[in-house]
Design a protein around this ligand. Sequence first.
Ligand code: DHB
Ligand code: MG
Length: 226
Amino acid sequence: MSFTTSDVNDWTRSDIYHNSFLISPDATLDSTLKLSEQNGLPPYAVSAAQGKFLYLLAKSIQAHRILEVGTLGGYSTIWFAKALPPDGEIITCEISEHYAKVAQQNIDHAGLTSRVKILLGPAIDTLSRLHSDETFDLAFIDADKQSNVDYFIQAKRLVRNQGVIIVDNVVRSGRVADPIQSDPSIDGVRRLLQYIQNDSTVEATTMGTVGEKGYDGFLFAINKPR
Ligand code: DHB
Ligand code: MG
C-alpha cells in the first residue's frame, strides 16, 4: 500500500478495519441498506462510520429532539433515533412518497416507530410550517443541495440556542473548491458557504471526510447565543 496516493479502495479498506473494532455488526442497519437498494433508492446514505459519528454527536449533547432534512431510506434517521432517550423524537422530512415508504418500513423493522416522525412533502414547506417553539437540539441537512441555504435558515430558526446544525456533502471530492467546476449541487454548497460567511449568528467549520463513500465532508455549525 502506498502512502503517497490513496483512493476509495484504500479508504474503504481502512473503514472496514476501524469498523471491525469500533462498530458492532447490526443486522437491522444492514437490512435498511438492503431494502433501500432493492427498492431502487440511490446509494447516498452516510457510511457506517459516519452514522455512528452522528449518533455519538447526538449523544454527546444529550439530544432529545432532532430534525433531519432528507430521509432517503432512513439509515441516518435510525442512527440518530438510537441516540435518543425513550421520550426523544426525530422529525425527518422527505419529498418522495416512495422513499418515505421504504424508510417507514426500515424504521418499523428497527423498532423505532415511536421515536421517528416522517413528514412527507417538500422540506421547505414542511419546515416553514414548524413553529420555532418546537425546539430541536440538532439538525442534519442532507437533501437537495440547491436548497441548502433555505434549509439552513429554517434549521437556525428551529434549533435551540447553542444547538447544532450539520450539513452533509459540502466537499464533493474537492469540486466545491475548484473554480472551473460548477453544477447545481456544487453551487448550492457555495451559496451556503457565502451565506454563513456573512452570518454573525452561527459559528461553523467544514470537516472533510474520506472513507467508503469517497472524499466529502460535513459542515458543522452552532447557533450562537441570542
Ligand atoms: C449525493 C447526495 C448525498 O446526500 C450524498 O450523501 C451523496 C451524494 C448526490 O446527490 O450526489
Ligand atoms: Mg448525504
